[in-house]
Design a protein around this ligand. Structure first.
Ligand code: ATP
Ligand code: MG
Length: 437
């Protein structure tokens, strides 16, 4: 079939803007075709755009043959433009419909579809991710990404209002920053390089010039685990600020999380309804418990953790049962935190994790700003300071004391949308088995 050109047609209205007030008016709407129904004498289809949907209705008797034959040729998910008249119609889903005078079929979708974006037939996650471009047309998927977008906008606005400057640091790097997580090696001309695990070292250096910086960008982790909360490429919201401590950036983080919840609750009521998710506002201030208190509570609850051990998944689940909601775990054993963590006394680091129930949302803390101490701690962690030579150079010229955190945007989106798998919250997730689409 020959397709039509868009030509000089442009939308006069989005679907949601077609209301009874426009009764009798001529409009042009564009979008994708949803449900198609044929009652013999009358043919309908639902047109969807990002704003919503509108019913297009043509009676066989009153519609010209060309428009009718186009109505007959339509398949679900095709892209179309419709010029027509708005008509009040009690039977239509929104009490109003468009009666077409001309239809342009801009692209025709193949049949059968690999999945039903209308959501009537449920597909499993793998099938959906294989056809992600189509899967993202589902109302639930659109709702997730609208919520993610709303949260990110709120966070960005807040950080900008607090004097943070948004930066972009290199993603091709020479060394590791998070000793725990593995690196993806890449070939960089005749040398080996890596994909960046976090903007940590760069953002620390930048506090010397810009005082407060933040970055929203990808982090790459060659972790082999297959869990509902880990991906090999994730998006992190990283901040770093001069002349502040862990306690100060915890307050910034708390405010930013609270505002993200609040703005999603106020601006995304329809999306939350589509996802059937009741978002409970966390109460400020979030509880702060020390690592010592956490293991005390766990040991009392029958989960044995020796001092110095990391909290296992069952331990995190138990803590979530005991404390619930959003809470901070502070004052970690230094050995469990990265080399750049500022020590607090002999054995502790001035570092924190922000948890939401059993999910770690963010990690942060006060950082070392003395070159000597940084070198000492690198050695203690089995890292070779020679590999960090260019980074250490910036410590020689009066780098200010500073603190910051990394907050996982994909994990925050899980919490805000009620998604149980992080893959739902990322457009094209990268995991152990998935590199396409
Ligand atoms: P976890 O213990 O859950 O594996 P982590 O402590 O290794 O996380 P950090 O290095 O502290 O992670 O990174 C800061 C934040 O970035 C985390 O709190 C999390 O929200 C997010 N993040 C880290 N790794 C991943 C990942 N593989 N997939 C998704 N998000 C991640
Ligand atoms: Mg962490």
């Amino acid at each position: 079939m020959k397709l039509d050109d868009l030509g000089n047609w442009r939308r006069t209205h989005k679907c949601r803007e077609i209301t009874e007030q426009l009764d009798g008016q001529e409009v042009i709407v564009m979008g994708r075709v949803g449900d198609i129904r044929d009652l013999g004498g009358i043919k309908f289809f639902i047109l969807h755009d990002i704003s919503g949907s509108i019913q297009i209705t043509a009676s066989r008797k009153k519609t010209d043959p060309e428009t009718l034959s186009k109505m007959d040729a339509l398949t679900q998910e095709s892209s179309v433009a419709v010029r027509g008249k708005v008509v009040k119609a009690r039977q239509a889903p929104r009490g109003v419909e468009v009666v077409p005078s001309e239809i342009r079929i801009l692209n025709l979708a193949a049949t059968p579809l690999p999945l039903d974006p209308g959501g009537k037939v449920k597909a499993n996650l793998d099938t959906r991710l294989d056809a992600r471009g189509l899967d993202l047309r589902r109302a639930e998927a659109i709702a997730i990404f609208k919520i993610r977008n709303q949260a990110l906008k709120t966070i960005r606005d807040y950080l900008l209002s607090q004097g943070f400057i948004e930066v972009q640091t290199p993603k091709i790097v020479a060394t590791a920053t998070e000793s725990g997580a593995a690196l993806f090696p890449i070939s960089y001309f005749d040398r080996e390089a890596f994909l960046s695990q976090s903007p940590q070292l760069y953002k620390e250096v930048l506090t010397g010039a810009f005082d407060r910086v933040f970055e929203v960008g990808p982090i790459f982790r060659a972790e082999e685990h297959d869990t509902p909360r880990h991906l090999n490429e994730a998006t992190s919201i990283d901040i770093e600020a001069a002349y502040l401590t862990a306690g100060d950036v915890m307050e910034i983080l708390e405010e930013l999380i609270w505002r993200a919840f609040d703005s999603v609750k106020r601006n995304c009521a329809e999306e939350l309804r589509i996802l059937n998710h009741r978002l409970e506002m966390p109460e400020k201030p979030f509880p702060r418990i020390t690592y010592d208190e956490a293991i005390e509570k766990l040991n009392a609850a029958g989960i044995n953790i020796n001092w110095g051990e990391d909290l296992s998944t069952p331990a995190e689940r138990k803590l979530a049962e005991i404390i619930g909601g959003a809470y901070f775990i502070v004052d970690w054993p230094l050995a469990l935190k990265p080399f750049y963590t500022l020590p607090k006394g002999d054995k502790l680091g001035d570092a924190f994790d922000l948890m939401y129930r059993e999910l770690e949302l963010a990690s942060g803390g006060s950082r070392i700003h003395s070159e000597e101490m940084l070198v000492k701690q690198m050695k203690e962690k089995g890292l070779n300071p020679e590999n960090f030579e260019s980074h250490l150079l910036s410590y020689r010229y009066g780098l200010p004391p500073h603190a910051g955190f990394g907050l996982g945007l994909d994990r925050l989106t899980m919490v805000l949308t009620g998604a149980e798998n992080i893959r739902e919250c990322v457009l094209f997730p990268r995991d152990r088995r998935r590199l396409t689409p």
